[in-house]
Design a protein around this ligand. Structure first.
Ligand code: C2E
Ligand code: MG
Ligand code: MG
Ligand code: MG
Length: 285
């Protein structure tokens, strides 16, 4: 730290500088990756808690640079959100997921929806709903085929335009899930006003519930409220038998997690779904 002429202190923080540089480079590389083979969508099944059957898939973005290790969306999406890049990325995700869903529909694979994650910055794009509906129309898809996931905070911060758009989608029959439920804003009263159809209980609760009575209690309460409001409840991040048994006892409707499936490339999903068509059961528990 140095004193400047006016007597105030300014810092040259090498670590902060390095971090900013790193972020800047990452965004640069991501922009270039957009039209390359480096980006792809993986799909993670959500299975029925009762039957173990695959119901829906969640689309999850993957970035595998030509060299080096994969980079997590949890790292690069927030960075992309600081610039217009998030919109180009969002368009690409929407188009890729819709094209894939249409292809699987045409192939007759047994599958309900592909759910797409939308970040806050994506929702604040003025024409996001027009783009979404145009994309669906291009591929001749409807509410049976594509759903969306938003975090609590995105809903809380939504302005009238966004809420209006969501209400319209809800009215048309689209599934709208609250992602990472329980980790954002804690008031429950907002549930009453928002056009949503499902709660996804954050995986932190699922992870700790077997050992922590408090997490278990919060989960039970969330599931109870969800069901009383007529919402579907999804447990995220189920990794073992114990957690599965617990969320089954708590009457979650759908389960997502490594215990059943990891996020997978489209070809792998296809093999599994095609196997189901060919009459192989045996996916449960
Ligand atoms: P999310 O939407 O809550 O996605 C669930 C995350 O949990 C995924 O991480 C998934 O791989 C991981 N997961 C699923 N089952 C398990 C499990 O049993 N154990 C553990 N430990 N993890 C599990 P991922 O793919 O790294 O994505 C992280 C976050 O990045 C997502 O959280 C979402 O917020 C964001 N994201 C990913 N793809 C997209 C996208 O296409 N668009 C937007 N806007 N955000 C995305
Ligand atoms: Mg999600
Ligand atoms: Mg989630
Ligand atoms: Mg999450």
């Amino acid at each position: 730290a140095k004193l400047d002429g006016r007597g105030s202190v300014w810092f040259f923080d090498q670590k902060l500088h390095d971090e900013l540089l790193h972020q800047h480079r990452l965004v640069d590389r991501l922009a270039k990756a957009l039209n390359s083979e480096e980006l792809s969508l993986n799909y993670q099944p959500q299975v029925s808690a009762a039957s173990g059957h695959i119901e829906n898939l969640e689309a999850l973005l993957r970035w595998q640079p030509e060299e080096g290790p994969p980079i997590s969306p949890a790292e690069f999406i927030p960075l992309a959100e600081r610039s217009e890049l998030i919109h180009r990325l969002g368009d690409w995700i929407m188009e890729t997921a819709c094209r894939q869903r249409a292809q699987w529909r045409d192939a007759g694979l047994p599958l309900e929806r592909i759910d797409i994650n939308f970040s806050g910055r994506q929702m604040s794009r003025p024409d996001i709903f027009e783009r979404f509906e145009a994309c669906l129309a291009r591929h001749d898809l409807g509410p049976r085929h594509i759903g969306i996931e938003l975090t609590e905070n995105v809903l809380i911060e939504a302005d009238d335009r966004i809420l209006e758009g969501l209400r319209r989608l809800h009215h048309l029959g689209f599934r709208i899930a609250i992602d990472d439920f329980g980790t954002g804003y804690s008031s429950l009263s907002y549930l009453k006003h928002f056009p949503v159809t499902a709660l996804k209980i954050d995986r932190a609760f699922v992870r700790d519930a077997p050992d922590q009575p408090e997490d278990r209690a919060i989960m039970e309460a969330a599931i109870f409220i969800g069901h009383r409001l007529g919402l579907e409840v999804v447990a995220e991040g189920v990794e073992n038998r114990e957690q599965l048994t617990l969320v089954q006892e708590m009457r979650c409707d759908l389960v997502q997690g490594f215990y059943f499936f990891r996020p997978m490339p489209a070809e792998e999903v296809e093999r599994i779904l095609a196997g189901l068509v060919a009459g192989h059961p045996g996916l449960s528990g």
